[in-house]
Ligand binder design. Structure first.
Ligand SMILES: Cc1cc2nc3c(=O)[nH]c(=O)nc-3n(C[C@H](O)[C@H](O)[C@H](O)COP(=O)(O)O)c2cc1C
Length: 200
């Protein structure tokens, strides 16, 4: 499959199940490879991942559900519960964290760029998440990107003994594909990409 075909196959897929087309080991090794090979600003490598599968994955969505129960009105909770049940049915979730110590140290070491390092860390994190999302698509798996941080941070850190100075940035739910969503409307490439290529 060409690279363009792989990234075309990456979608936000919510209808997921726990039947993977490959072994758990292949999934874990793929995520590890992508993490090591994805570039980071100043080679800072500030992103850390925790892969939750099976009962640990279900525990995460129980934590999210219980946290949201305290925030959402009881009469409106049915749709939230349905969403939580949908995520829980998947195989796993990747938790993405930034190591704040690494980022703060770089701010001290390179004062000229100190205002840029949070942005660099976010960009590096985005690249990593995109690369993993694409790699899972290549394995014919589905995934969606969720952001229940910072609501769930304290409980997640307690449950899986995550260092206090790690910042949770996203949760990527993954699994076997139940159904693929309808295509989304996309702007024309020429409205977003402008080319100047004068030769003098
Ligand atoms: C940085 C980023 C944050 C996103 N956050 C969420 C989110 O919190 N919840 C969600 O359901 N989808 C989230 N998405 C998915 C986007 O809504 C989705 O990628 C976009 O609508 C295009 O659809 P597609 O992924 O099916 O191509 C996020 C995507 C990106 C790139």
């Amino acid at each position: 499959m060409s690279y363009i075909d792989i990234i075309k196959n990456r979608r936000s897929i919510y209808d997921l199940n726990d039947q993977l087309p490959v072994s758990e080991k292949v999934v874990v090794n793929t995520i590890k490879h992508v993490t090591v090979e994805s570039p980071t600003a100043f080679n800072m490598q500030s992103s850390h991942l925790v892969i939750l599968m099976n009962d640990d994955h279900k525990k995460l969505w129980e934590i999210v559900t219980n946290t949201l129960k305290k925030q959402v009105e009881e009469s409106k909770f049915a749709s939230t519960q349905a969403k939580m049940d949908m995520f829980s049915k998947a195989k796993g979730t990747i938790l993405f964290f930034d190591d704040r110590h690494v980022i703060d140290q770089l701010k001290k070491d390179f004062p000229l760029y100190q205002n840029q390092f949070d942005m660099f860390a976010d960009h590096s994190m985005g690249l990593l998440q995109g690369n993993i999302w694409n790699a899972l698509a290549e394995l014919k798996m589905g995934a969606s990107l969720q952001h229940y941080n910072p609501l769930i941070d304290d409980e997640v850190k307690r449950q899986w003994e995550i260092p206090e100075y790690y910042r949770l940035t996203a949760q990527m739910v993954f699994g076997g594909i139940g159904s693929i969503p309808e295509p989304k409307e996309k702007m024309d490439a020429d409205d977003r990409v402008i080319v100047y290529s004068n030769n003098s």
